[in-house]
Design a protein around this ligand. Structure first.
Ligand code: 2HA
Ligand code: ZN
Length: 267
């Protein structure tokens, strides 16, 4: 069977970029077994043939209300699939789905009947928020960065913007390239609608959200931007851990130094 990527260079680029990032996640040690998931809104690449393509599986319920996503298309990592496998073969470990006009159901249209990620309710709810807000974001990334997850086990870090301030102060890049900081979502069952709702509540203020004792979720224009924000925050967390393991509490940049970066980068 012909791949949906054939003759669609824009869609192919998105899927190849996603595969590259999936490899980074595995190399970072953030993607044990089937850990993490990625969805990218690919509606702009859906031509008439994709709109009319017969379903190869479904329809399935999305489980959430998605008034802005009627008729939208997504490339989604498959549930139970490994990032390291997706990196090598993205269309055997992920699929393109099409939402119904009311956004309540979806069908898998290509290339194989790979059922999407268990976190589909939270991913689609985030895409819904992004379309409704008109921010132009198309990518959602969820992964398990070890140091950030470890920090979420300390209640002292979970107050509003406590971790943001600490991570910003570890290295200038984090203040500059993760300017909204890190939102926090209290522990919820993975894959649940409650996790989806609590995550979307945070997106008004943040592009990266920490799921307590689980992982992070990042939204951005494209999958590389989403990865870079998580990578930058994870670097800060690693510097913090490194300093603590050398036996001292890191000073952190001063408030004046962080404000100077804010001005220099027009944040
Ligand atoms: O896809 O990471 O949160 C596996 C997960 C669920
Ligand atoms: Zn997870």
């Amino acid at each position: 069977m012909k791949s949906v990527l054939e003759g669609r260079p824009g869609l192919r680029r998105i899927v190849e970029d996603t595969a590259e990032v999936a490899g980074f996640l595995w190399q970072r040690g953030w993607a044990e077994r089937n850990g993490g998931n990625i969805t990218v809104n690919v509606t702009e690449y859906a031509d008439e043939e994709m709109r009319m393509a017969p379903a190869i599986a479904g329809p399935f319920d999305t489980g959430v209300d998605l008034p802005h996503l009627g008729g939208a298309f997504f490339y989604c990592k498959g549930t139970g699939r490994r990032m390291r496998d997706l990196a090598r073969n993205p269309m055997a470990n992920g699929a393109v789905i099409r939402l119904s006009e009311d956004g309540r159901r979806y069908e898998i249209i290509a290339d194989e009947p790979v059922v999407p990620t268990s976190e589909l309710p939270s991913h689609l709810s985030m895409h819904e928020f992004m379309i409704a807000s008109g921010n132009g974001y198309r990518a959602v990334l969820h992964t398990h960065p070890t140091d950030l997850v470890a920090m979420s086990h300390n209640p002292a870090f979970l107050g509003k913007d406590v971790l943001t301030e600490l991570l910003w102060s570890m290295i200038p890049e984090t203040r500059a390239f993760c300017p909204k900081g890190l939102g926090v979502v209290p522990y919820c069952l993975p894959g649940s609608v409650e996790l989806a709702e609590r995550t979307v509540e945070q997106l008004g203020g943040y592009d990266v959200v920490l799921w307590e004792k689980h992982g992070v979720c990042a939204v951005a224009e494209d999958i590389f931007e989403a990865f870079d924000m998580v990578d930058t925050l994870a670097k800060s967390a690693e510097i913090y851990r490194s300093a603590r393991s050398m036996g001292f509490v890191p000073d952190g940049m001063s408030r004046e130094q962080m404000d100077e970066i804010k001005r220099a980068f027009n944040l």
